[in-house]
Design a protein around this ligand. Sequence first.
Ligand code: NDP
Length: 339
Amino acid sequence: NKSIIFKAVPDGYPVAGEHMELVTKEIDIENFSLADGDILVKNHYMSLDPYMRGKMRHSYVKYFTPAYEIGQVLDGLGTAIVVKSNNKKYQVGDYYIGLIGWEEYSHIPANVVSASFEILAKAISKSKVPESYFLGLLGMPGMSDYVVLNKIGQPKKGETIFITAASGAVGQVVGQIAKIKGLRVIGSAGDYSKIKYLEELKFDEAFNYKTCNTDEKLKELCPNGIDIYFDNVGGEILDIVLNHLNNFARVVACGMISQYNTNDHYGVKNIFQVIKKCLLIQGFIVTDHLQEIESFQKEKGECKLKYKEDIVEGIQNAPQAFVNIFTGKNFGKLIVKIC
Ligand code: NDP
């Protein structure tokens, strides 16, 4: 059983091998012993997400997720098949979606099984879409935009929305939904091929924030200002956008990836705009909205959205793939295909 363990807390950007390490252990499936309620699963697809960087910290640092412990197998959401079960809810051969290790086989204890997404797991077997979509378009990133674009963004036809990291797992869906809702959609991303993809998705305008001046571009592309900012990056770009927002604009604070690898966080200078323009800035944690998962599934299943995935093969390649999120080398929802 190949696994990736958490080796050391990174100070800055994580490095494959230095902070995450591949280990291999024999696993005897036939004689594997399971306590009451436990299951053993063979992992198929695993989601790699920016939030995992926040778990790679010292446990004394408080945050909204528990810290990974040194030596533990890293974990995240994944899809799998049950190969052994001591749980009435799961039979051998059933799909499982929930917390798994970054490994080929995972022993899932009863308490983790009870927090798994049975509704989603049942939907996989009936679904015509790829299994991996249940970790992206039909999973947590997809849910992020579904839940909050409406709740926090309060979009109205004809308004202008600006989305950063727009070709990513979350951003690409936000943009398409915003188009369906009749908004003018502007996106930024950090690579030429990503900008081309945003054009394919019918974004009204897209620009490369690494080669353009964001302030100048927003002046040019949003002469009437921005009504909704879907913020995936935080930092200096958030600061610039504050100056381009209209009165009563909404900022959906989804993520601040530009700040995840530093303790010297960017100090936003234009915060006074919040008062001057009566802005609403609101964050959210997608897992607080799981009660909406059924209606989300139904509505998303009926949509005809495009979805780009970046699928990396082999658990041994997970550490480098994870590191790549923070330099923008991933293009689309980052997934590891384990088997
Ligand atoms: P993506 O698939 O968009 O991958 C991350 C992308 O962020 C990279 O490809 C890169 O794209 C961009 N990026 C990386 N570093 C920087 C930087 N320093 N400055 C600007 N852009 C950068 O990830 P997700 O769609 O999964 O996540 C997007 C954001 O949403 C993250 O901040 C994440 O933490 C957050 N999130 C929040 C959730 C919640 O519950 N609140 C749930 C899910 C995600 P590029 O080439 O364009 O630079």
